[in-house]
Design a protein around this ligand. Structure first.
Ligand SMILES: *Cc1c(COP(=O)(O)O)cnc(C)c1O
Length: 343
């Protein structure tokens, strides 16, 4: 087995999860009668402190349907330049939703400064798109958004007539890292999308939570986007299993990331940039990136080595693996790793 630090999406379903999937009671969810999907939605809604939940095949689709349920044609969403929904989802809100994104620069801690949000909200005038939605992300680059900031930003959005959406792909990491209940992190938002295919370790699946009326609208868009699934209880069973078995253990991933960061700090030529929750960022000299990546691969370690490298820990990475990664980097021969070309 390779040690795969490229992302927490690479986790494979465990034996227990596969068993839960194989035994799942199923129905046709487009008809609304897959009992396992209904159970997942009820459980997640409850855990997130919302009225209702809806199961999606991917986080991308959950975010898109979420935006489309908040915004109509010619409406606008305020979103971070680095936000997944803006940067890494193919421009879906604009392409498929006729929704104009208004990106603003994220601060170093991942927040969107209130003054910038305020300046980006358009006057109600036919010249402008109608600003309808503020979308935040938690965690972002592994960073947990400060709770006080989230309160303030969402309250401000509301005061300006905006709805609030959270891309909570890794909101479970944020909850575990901050020792707060999931519901507390979701409370300030009208809608939250939560990934089960990341650190929670399910093969597929995201859940969008919100009010019943809001999710009725999102349900319609899910169908339009091709996200109506049939015997999806097989997948929902994996998500239920993940919630039960893999939620609290996210703390281990955070510990492993911390250990990896400590180790990286001791590797000559590697500059540790940050570590938050299950992500570690480090700088490598551009000239050595391909060679270091190959060196690691030969030693059973998969990582995308870039000048700004992201290592992600997850449930298929154990404590011994962390030690092996640090060892392999320390053993990188010659002075190549110390030829730091900065930048
Ligand atoms: C992974 C991720 C998503 C959704 O990605 P999918 O691969 O479509 O499930 C959305 N937002 C963030 C922050 C993510 O990390």
């Amino acid at each position: 087995m390779m040690i795969d630090l490229r992302s927490d999406t690479v986790t494979r379903p465990s034996e227990g999860m596969r068993r839960a999937m194989s035994m799942a009671e199923v129905g046709d969810d487009v008809w609304g009668d897959d009992p396992t999907v209904l159970r997942l939605q009820a459980v997640v809604a409850e855990r997130a402190g919302k009225e209702a939940a809806l199961f999606f095949p991917s986080g991308t689709q959950a975010n898109l349907a979420a935006i489309m349920a908040h915004c109509g044609r010619g409406d606008e969403v305020i979103v971070g330049q680095n936000a997944h929904t803006y940067k890494f989802e193919g421009g879906g809100a604009a392409v498929l939703g006729s929704v104009q994104p208004q990106p603003i620069d994220n601060a170093e801690d991942g927040t969107l400064p209130l003054v910038k949000i305020a300046a980006a909200i358009k006057p109600r005038d036919e010249h402008f798109a109608r600003t309808r939605l503020l979308a935040l992300e938690n965690t972002i680059g592994g960073k947990v958004l400060p709770a006080a900031y989230v309160e303030e930003a969402t309250a401000y959005g509301r005061s300006r007539g905006l709805a609030n959406h959270l891309d909570g792909a890794r909101v479970c990491n944020a909850a575990v890292a901050s020792g707060r209940p999931l519901a507390a992190l979701c409370a300030p938002f009208d809608s939250v999308s939560i990934c089960f295919s990341k650190g929670l370790g399910a093969p597929i699946g995201s859940v969008l939570v919100g009010s019943r009326a809001y999710l009725a609208e999102a349900h319609r868009w899910r169908k339009v986007l091709g996200g109506g699934m049939r015997q999806s209880g097989l997948l929902a069973a994996a998500c239920l299993y993940a919630l039960e078995h893999n939620y609290a253990r996210l703390a281990q991933d955070h510990d492993h990331a911390e250990r990896l960061a400590r180790g990286l700090a001791e590797v000559a030529g590697v500059e540790l940039l940050s570590q938050d929750t299950n992500m570690v960022f480090a700088r490598f000299a551009a000239s050595v990136c391909p060679a270091v990546e190959a060196w690691l691969k030969e030693r059973g370690i998969l990582a995308q080595i870039l000048p700004r490298t992201r290592f992600v820990t997850h449930l298929d990475v154990g404590s011994d693996d962390i030690a092996r990664v640090i060892e392999a980097l320390k053993a990188y021969p010659g002075r190549a790793a110390t030829e730091h070309d900065g930048g």
